[in-house]
Ligand binder design. Structure first.
Ligand SMILES: [Cu+2]
Length: 163
């Protein structure tokens, strides 16, 4: 990429961010940890940010890939995912069981504007970073996926093995 086109891309990304500033504020609003509101799920539960045992950096890109796309975690461990969007479109990381993510992706195709902001997901604007703090209380094979319409189908899925 030439220096000029890199600048042009940066400008486009910046413009796109500006256009979505309002909605993104809601998404970016920092989820405050409240032990009393933590709900167990089939794939673990929201983690206490003060008990993070491992930080994993994950990159998202417009080639519809997560890097790394395969992570291993010890059962019971609280993990902080720091998710960086290297692309020029919105991406997100949503943790879940393979089944739940597949269903959620189908729903996103029908309702592309569906907004949600739960502890198991981070919506990340181009050039920005987001975080998910999650405690993997159950052993098994789970996934993380980008559920922006079409991204999941294009292969934007990663694997979490909890042992
Ligand atoms: Cu995506």
């Amino acid at each position: 990429m030439t220096k000029l086109s890199a600048l042009a891309f940066a400008a486009i990304a910046f413009a796109a961010q500006g256009a979505h500033a309002h909605g993104d504020d809601d998404h970016a609003k920092h989820h405050t940890y409240d032990a009393g509101k933590v709900e167990p799920t089939d794939f673990g539960q929201e983690g206490n940010p003060k008990k993070v045992g491992k930080t994993i950096k994950v990159d998202m890109a417009d080639n519809m890939r997560f890097t790394p796309a395969d992570v291993s975690i010890k059962r019971g461990e609280t993990v902080k995912f720091v998710v960086h969007n290297r692309g020029r479109v919105l991406h997100e990381m949503v943790l879940g069981t393979p089944q739940a993510l597949k269903e959620h992706a189908e729903l996103m195709k029908k309702f592309p504007d569906m907004e949600h902001a739960d502890a198991n997901m981070a919506h990340v604007n181009p050039g920005k970073s987001g975080e998910i703090v999650w405690q993997f209380t159950k052993a098994g094979e789970f996934q993380f996926a980008c559920l922006q319409p079409g991204h999941f189908e294009a292969g934007m899925v990663g694997k979490v093995s909890v042992k």
